[in-house]
Design a protein around this ligand. Structure first.
Ligand SMILES: Cc1cc2nc3c(=O)[nH]c(=O)nc-3n(C[C@H](O)[C@H](O)[C@H](O)COP(=O)(O)O)c2cc1C
Length: 373
């Protein structure tokens, strides 16, 4: 069944640049900064521009550049203090974090922020990072089995008193968290990847599935697979897709920016990232994980964001976003070259066109429904 045009408006999130080096592994100028001051201005610009979510990143070590990295939970909290509407998603890596600590931390931040914190549970892809911080490195599907228990435990702690859980990774005995979070039933839990294990987790426990950039055809395959399983599980999951947005007044200008980014790719860093990421992508038993098929140009944007092709004029981009919505995408996670100025341009030029197209399609759907009746 196609995604109905009467579903809620597509939502927008942006990547918080809380690690250095911008969102592309390229020596091209990126007017983007990982400092708190820059990020506060960006968050305030984004909420004015119509972005609903901001997604922070968690890195314990550099992997592809990203030499400096601010920690995700504390950085998210700082952004919440400086905004009023934006929901901020803190990236959480099971292993270093236990569900007991996360449940407590996030419940507190939920109170402080008036119910605006969420989390993105990342299952880990970077072996050297785990080795560096002395965390055991589990094989691919075990990492997801742990994330599944992690999410079950969080939901239990956040929603139940006297919570008991006997898993292979986590154990709780008659635990009651007080106070519970403000958001009901609990702060939103995002989780993602591309592999079968990532999709299966989404179809059973996550509120949201995040995935790397991809073509509409490949995204549709993933979404159909997840939603069929979610229906069988009696579970509801929504879908967020990464895209590196290059919106310019003309298509030629936008394509030229992409060309420049790739021409200035930091070749050694892209190869180093590619080696680590490919190992992660192909490590899933079925070989469908993130980056399993990514080429050099894809890897210059470290979550395959060029593949989604939100590159062109505001009208072209708006049309492609509405096309993504029709295959079941609920949220576009956007990265930009020059964050503040491009977030502002996106809010002014792209977002109203998306809303216009959504309104036109809703009217068309109503007319069609009236004919059938
Ligand atoms: C939108 C998005 C954001 C992610 N953020 C992080 C992050 O901040 N830190 C991290 O270590 N991994 C992050 N990941 C990586 C995933 O958690 C996962 O390890 C990776 O996608 C490999 O998954 P797969 O092998 O199941 O496809 C992110 C992935 C996606 C799609």
């Amino acid at each position: 069944m196609p995604h109905s045009d009467s579903v809620p408006p597509v939502k927008f999130a942006y990547w918080v640049p809380n690690v250095s080096g911008g969102l592309v592994v390229s020596t091209i100028e990126q007017r983007t900064d990982w400092s708190l001051d820059y990020n506060i201005e960006l968050a305030q610009t984004a909420e004015r521009a119509g972005f609903e979510y901001a997604l922070s990143q968690i890195r314990f070590t550099a992997g592809y550049g990203a030499e400096y990295q601010h920690e995700s939970v504390s950085f998210s909290q700082a952004l919440l203090h400086s905004t009023t509407k934006l929901k901020v998603l803190a990236a959480i890596l099971p292993g270093p974090w236990s569900p007991a600590v996360v449940a407590k931390q996030i419940a507190t931040i939920d109170h402080i922020s008036g119910g605006r914190i969420g989390i993105n549970v990342v299952s880990g892809w970077f072996k050297d990072e785990f080795i560096a911080i002395g965390e055991p490195w589990l094989e691919h599907d075990e990492r997801y089995r742990r994330s599944n228990e992690f999410i079950q435990a969080l939901k239990g702690i956040w929603t139940q008193d006297d919570f008991t859980f006997k898993g292979d990774f986590y154990r709780f005995n008659h635990y009651t968290l007080s106070p519970k979070p403000v958001q009901q039933p609990h702060p939103e839990i995002f989780q993602g990847g591309s592999s079968r294990a990532a999709r299966d987790n989404a179809a059973s426990v996550s509120d949201w599935y995040f995935t790397n950039g991809n073509t509409p055809e490949n995204l549709k395959k993933q979404i159909d697979d997840i939603q069929a399983k979610a229906r069988a599980n009696g579970h509801r999951v929504r879908i967020g897709v990464n895209a590196f947005v290059i919106a310019r007044d003309t298509e030629e200008q936008a394509r030229q920016v992409l060309k420049d980014i790739i021409e200035h790719a930091h070749v050694d860093a892209v190869h180093a990232f590619g080696a680590a990421a490919k190992q992660a992508g192909q490590a899933s038993p079925e070989g469908e994980g993130n980056w399993a098929t990514s080429g050099f140009e894809d890897l210059v944007q470290y979550n395959d964001g060029f593949r989604t092709n939100l590159i062109g004029t505001p009208q072209q981009i708006a049309e492609r976003i509405v096309a993504l919505k029709r295959i079941g995408v609920d949220l576009v996670l956007a990265g930009f070259l020059h964050f503040i100025e491009e977030v502002e341009y996106f809010g002014r030029e792209v977002l109203p066109r998306v809303r216009q197209l959504e309104a036109e399609q809703a009217v068309a759907a109503d007319v069609a429904a009236a004919h059938v009746a």
